[in-house]
Design a protein around this ligand. Structure first.
Ligand code: TZP
Ligand code: MG
Length: 202
C-alpha cells in the first residue's frame, strides 16, 4: 500500500477544469493514491457524481494508482474502490469493517480524544490533520502541526499515517520527517500551474 503521494479531489476543487484531465496529469506524474472526494459547495450528486466516479476510477486502474472513495459506501462498492476514507462523523469503523472486510479503510484523526475514542486497530491507515492551515475545507479543524503525526506514530507504531491540510512541495518534507508515510494534498495539485512539476516536487 503506497500512500506516499496521495491526491484528493472532487469536481468542486477543479475550478472548471475537467477533473479527468487533472487526474490524468497527476497520475502520469506519479501520484500513488487518489481519493474521490465529491463534497461541499458546488459538488455533484446522484448520477453525475457516479458518472464522474467511474471515469476517475478508470484512470486510476489504468495507472495502477490506489483508488479511494470518501465516505460514500455505496459508491465505493459500485466503483470497486480499493478503499474508503471516513471521518469521525461518518459510519462507525466497526460497521464499515463488517461491510468491507477486504477494502483499505482510512480514518481521519485530528486530535487526541478522537484517537482515544476510535477503534484505531480496525483502520488500515490514519489521515492526520489539518497539519497546516487550509482554505480548501470550509469546516476544517484547528491546524495541528507535524507534531501530531509524531505523537500518533508513537502511539500506533505500525499504523501508516498520511498528513493532510495545507501541504505543499515546500513543507512536505517536514511532514515526512515528522514520521508520516505519505502526504495528502488537494490544492497543491489542483491549483498548480504545472501539475507534473507539482507532483514531482512533492
Ligand atoms: N481534511 C483535512 S484538511 C483537508 C481535508 C479534506 C483539505 C486539504 O486541502 P489542501 O488544499 O491540501 O490544504
Ligand atoms: Mg467524511
Amino acid at each position: 500500500m503506497n500512500l506516499r503521494k496521495y491526491f484528493i479531489m472532487g469536481s468542486q476543487n477543479c475550478n472548471r477544469r475537467d477533473p479527468a484531465d487533472i487526474l490524468n496529469e497527476a497520475a502520469n506524474a506519479g501520484i500513488t493514491a487518489f481519493q474521490f472526494r465529491e463534497k461541499g459547495k458546488g459538488s455533484l450528486s446522484g448520477q453525475d457524481k457516479r458518472k464522474l466516479g467511474y471515469k476517475l476510477r478508470d484512470i486510476c486502474t489504468r495507472h495502477h494508482v490506489l483508488f479511494f472513495v470518501n465516505d460514500d459506501i455505496e459508491l465505493a462498492e459500485a466503483l470497486d474502490a480499493d478503499g474508503v476514507h471516513v471521518g469521525q462523523d461518518d459510519m462507525p469503523l466497526e460497521k464499515l469493517r463488517e461491510i468491507f472486510p477486504d477494502k483499505i479503510i482510512g480514518l481521519s484523526v485530528s486530535k487526541q480524544n478522537e484517537a482515544d475514542n476510535s477503534p484505531i486497530q480496525l483502520a488500515d491507515y490514519l489521515g492526520a490533520g489539518p497539519v497546516f492551515a487550509t482554505s480548501t475545507k470550509d469546516d476544517a479543524k484547528q491546524a495541528v502541526s507535524p507534531d501530531w503525526i509524531t505523537t500518533l506514530k508513537r502511539h500506533y507504531p505500525g499504523m501508516p499515517i498520511v498528513g493532510i491540510g495545507g501541504i505543499t512541495d515546500r513543507n512536505a518534507a517536514t511532514v515526512m520527517n515528522a514520521g508520516a508515510d505519505g502526504v495528502a494534498v488537494i490544492s497543491a495539485i489542483t491549483k498548480a500551474d504545472d501539475i507534473k512539476a507539482a507532483v514531482e516536487n512533492l
